[in-house]
Design a protein around this ligand. Structure first.
Ligand code: SF4
Length: 214
């Protein structure tokens, strides 16, 4: 079983070994259909960081009060701000099945979430190599909505990255990203090596790391 299938199954609420053949086939067929429709796009910019006081971060036009993000970024000089999406066709696919096949909609949702994570992980691996050449190590990505990093920051992040024009990523009136399978995130850049786990602190073995996301 590949990593994204395992992830999709986890999102569906199954333990790793408890999944039945019918669900597994459904997951495979959803990934197949999604791969025809998903079109991963990403936009990012690098900003200098300032920490005027404990728990407060200045990143371009963003003035963030968050103890969790502060901990994640402590020791970083700069940060990457990113917006990424799988594109609008994934939403059309979800809508297509929303009348009559809810099991497929739920599975497509899980598979698309796993696909977006995989897309970001691959992109992040390339970013890590590029940044290393410039003497920077990357911290795990941290999205608005994690811990006390207020999701309301997404609006200004999208404007700072001009995502509407560049990758068609906007917010709905209810502050939801559209297309729905999209994400915004901050990735700290530090001159001190932490060699972060690509999947983030939750699965990282460095239990005593000072920057660990709680
Ligand atoms: S716990 Fe691991 S993933 Fe999290 S900041 Fe530390 S080294 Fe990076």
């Amino acid at each position: 079983m590949d990593a994204r299938t395992k992830e999709a199954i986890r999102y569906l609420g199954y333990g790793r070994h408890a999944v039945d053949d019918h669900t597994l086939k459904l997951v495979e067929s959803c990934f197949e259909e999604l791969s025809q429709e998903a079109c991963g796009r990403i936009v990012y910019r690098i900003f200098e960081l300032e920490f005027p006081e404990s728990g407060r971060i200045l990143l371009g036009n963003l003035d963030i009060h968050s103890k969790n993000l502060y901990k994640n970024l402590t020791g970083c000089k700069k940060a990457v701000l990113l917006g990424a999406t799988l594109g609008p066709k994934v939403d059309l696919l979800l809508r297509k099945y929303s009348i009559g096949d809810m099991a497929r909609v739920v599975t497509l949702q899980a598979c698309a979430a796993a696909m977006l994570e995989e897309y970001l992980d691959e992109w992040q691996t390339a970013l890590e190599a590029d940044m290393k050449k410039e003497g920077y190590y990357i911290r795990p990505r941290f999205s608005p909505g994690y811990g006390d990093f207020d999701i309301a920051h997404q609006d200004i992040i999208l404007r700072m990255l001009d995502t509407a024009k560049k990758i068609g990523l906007t917010l709905t009136g209810g502050n939801m990203l559209t297309p729905s399978k999209s994400v915004t995130a901050v990735i700290g850049l530090s001159e001190t090596e932490t060699s972060c786990h690509i999947k983030g602190c939750e699965v990282c073995q460095k239990r005593d790391c000072a920057y660990r996301r709680s």
